[in-house]
Write a protein that binds this ligand. Structure first.
Ligand code: UDP
Length: 255
């Protein structure tokens, strides 16, 4: 049976279940209805949800991918040197991060972009203590440029940064409402899991995040929740402790 996290109530008023979370969004999430790049409407919607989470007093950090612009592996398949291609991919994540910062600032949400590669005229360098301080001051922190290293992904960057800044939960935003036994877009009979272990994700090669990031979560006991960013309000429900999407952790559950 899946363990349902109960909402905490203080004096009849619900308070967020988590103090600090990190949300991983793919670059494609920003694409919305477009084929490439950034959909302004989608960006605004995402920024609005982030603002609501911040308004609850929850520290929120974000890692954004770059797949809506460039992916290193794709460029390498087309003949480009892989390391150069990955540098381009990382720069794509910086562009997405700046776009989200701009959208958040339009909502008067104080935001800092911190990059894993030095690009000082554009944003700050990632310095862990400074990132934590920003969050303590109520700023949203966007971690750009992944891990700063080629051959990695922004999923791994999300696990790494979440662990570094002591986030209690990693939230992986996807287009479906959790982890399925198969691709639900291809097989209508695909089963959605409520609660899984990291080991099951690895053994069954379930399509959640890449193996490096799953191993990092497992070894550092960082719970992960997979949810659909397209479902308005799910982000808020999760930080309030509702059982939305799929929880992946080390506790185990019968599935
Ligand atoms: N990337 C990288 N190192 C990292 C993170 C990302 O080299 O630590 C590059 C890689 O080329 C990747 C691209 O940045 O394809 C965009 O990131 P990702 O594919 O994770 O974006 P998403 O699929 O989440 O949009």
């Amino acid at each position: 049976m899946a363990k349902v996290i109960e909402k905490i109530h203080a004096g009849g008023k619900s308070v967020p279940r988590f103090k600090r979370v990190l949300v991983k969004m793919s670059g494609e999430a920003l694409m919305g209805a477009e084929d490439y790049g950034i959909d302004a409407k989608m960006l605004k919607r995402i920024a609005g949800e982030v603002r609501e989470v911040r308004a609850l007093g929850v520290d929120i950090a974000i890692v954004i991918g770059g797949g809506n612009i460039f992916r290193g592996a794709g460029l390498a398949r087309a003949g480009m040197d892989r390391v150069t291609a990955d540098h381009m991919g990382m720069l794509a994540t910086v562009m997405n991060s700046l776009a989200l910062q701009d959208a958040l600032e339009n909502f008067d949400v104080h935001t800092r972009v911190m990059s894993a590669i030095r690009i000082n005229q554009v944003c700050e360098d990632f310095i862990r203590r400074r990132a934590v301080r920003h969050m303590e001051k109520g700023r949203v922190v966007i971690f750009a440029a992944g891990t700063g290293n080629p051959y990695f992904t922004t999923d791994t960057a999300a696990s790494l940064r979440a662990i570094e800044v002591n986030a209690e939960l990693l939230l992986k935003a996807t287009k479906v409402n959790g982890v399925y036994s198969e691709d639900p877009a291809r097989n209508a009979k695909a089963k959605r899991f409520d609660h899984l272990t990291f080991d099951k994700v690895l053994t069954d090669r379930l399509n959640v995040m890449d193996a490096t990031s799953i191993v990092m979560c497992r070894d550092n006991n960082l719970p992960l929740r997979v949810f659909n960013l397209g479902n308005a309000g799910d982000l808020i429900r999760i930080v309030n402790g509702e059982n939305v999407g799929t929880l992946v952790d080390n506790d185990g559950a019968a599935n």
